[in-house]
Design a binder for this molecule. Sequence first.
Ligand SMILES: *Cc1c(COP(=O)(O)O)cnc(C)c1O
Length: 235
Amino acid sequence: MGQFKVNRFVSPLLAIRQAMRQACLNVGRDPGSVQLVAVSKTHPAEMVDQVAIAGHSLFGENRVQEAREKMARVQQPGLQWHLIGPLQRNKVKWAVQLFQMIQSVDSVELAQEINRRMPEDRIMPVLLQVNVGGEKQKSGLHPVDLPKVAREVAQLPHLSLQGLMTVPPFTEDPQQSRPFFQTLAELARSTHAMAIPGVSMDTLSMGMSHDFEVAIEEGATLVRIGSSLFGRRDG
Ligand SMILES: *Cc1c(COP(=O)(O)O)cnc(C)c1O
């Protein structure tokens, strides 16, 4: 008999899904309304394959070059990838080929470059990243600029604006993230109320390993989880 190898990602995946489900039930949300983005940054292709074999297919990466090398080595078919980190102009031509969503659009100039680099027959779903904590070192739009940027992005034929993303200031206590998640949800509501043709605000990407339950309670539809699934990052 061959050696039966236990997939080490089954149990954390089940635990995360269960916690996501419970957070939905806490506030009367449909558990099917939130998706997990497994953040595989710094972890090798072999681990992505293992997570895929455990039954998960949506992954997030924050660097184009790292993602490009990793995706070339991943063997499991049919995976989806979201870009969740800062995108430099000179990497856009790669990003549009590698990712099915870009969550980190934070300027009209970047949106225009994505539009310019998209193949004629494709539309890229995007989120606008908002810096809700106003931290100097963090990327993201200032909330005041959101209406103007949303209007301009809506004009670009190869982009489909589907919602907002944020990374709030880190705190040990997940409850401290709550006001920032509430702010992002409120910004999505006010942008939705502008009724910009072709723009949807249905997707709210917020919440990471330490605070995803709070984010779900405040309306997250995508949670981006790295360390509680893959383990600690060295880099
Ligand atoms: C790394 C990263 C995550 C995942 O963080 P964890 O704390 O490991 O869950 C989520 N979002 C972004 C933008 C990241 O860069």
